[in-house]
Design a protein around this ligand. Sequence first.
Ligand SMILES: [Zn+2]
Length: 324
Amino acid sequence: MAVQTELHRHLDVSIRPSTLLELAQERGLQPQSTSIESFREKLILTEPLSDLASVLSTFTICQQVLDRPDVLARVAEEAIEDIYSEGTRKVELRFSPSFVCEFSKLAWEDCLLGIEEGIARAKAKLPEIQTGLLCIASRDYGSQSVDQTIEFYLKNQDRMVGLDLAGNEVDFPQSLFRKSFMRAADRGARITIHAGEATGPETIWEAIEDLGAQRIGHGIACIQDPKLMEYLAKKQICLEMCPTSNWLTGVVPSLREHPLPQVLRAGVPVCINTDDPTLFGNTLPIESKICIEQMGMTPAEVQACHSHADRASFIPSKDLPGAN
Ligand SMILES: [Zn+2]
């Protein structure tokens, strides 16, 4: 198995289905009679989104079970074990404190402590894996919540490797968040932004120029703008692409038509990622296989993507104390 780096994986949607079922049953959110097979069948998307409600219910169940620091520790520990068994030796895991703590009303600090505890436990067993946490500000919770998240990140900058902005790109324009992101950039924050997934290339330009993005989550809309492609290649701004996610959420019509190979061949650094494994039932080796078998890439091109991920990682070459 080739050594891999993964930059775009949401911790709060990387819960093992068996753990999710156990936690949901403990909380009375699933009947005791639900089998793991039927739960997996309900949970994991295998066809492009036909109804948004089923996806939202998966997100809600993840939110509802992540209600105590010890649960977050278990989920983080298992996620690192799973990532390691996929052959990955460097991973950035991201989480949104406002999303994770929305139902439980858990203090954000306790949430972070729980995650750190789990990562530390996993790394005691698997010392060769390098890890870093990204703090997500969620567009959907509005600019006040984004400000709070950025404050939380800045207060704990030595425990997390960077900042992300995620969520609904269409209804929450980036201009709402410009001031707070610029403040974070001025304080030396490493920034990646979910952009150009459900919107056009202009969102990618704004993420770079107005929000200080050094990497872009998804960014598939760049293919519509040759000037942007040229810029991304020249500045070596890495795009964290997620093929299965993009297909299942309907932002590309088929895996065959995913722009990743074309963008890579134009000299833009691109990497391959799972995004939300609980929801998509995927792993990084599965994504790499899809790139070769369905998207026509060579094994060397897939390896080039992993090298791009390695170079673009916000994890310092020497592990940070605390978070790592
Ligand atoms: Zn994402």
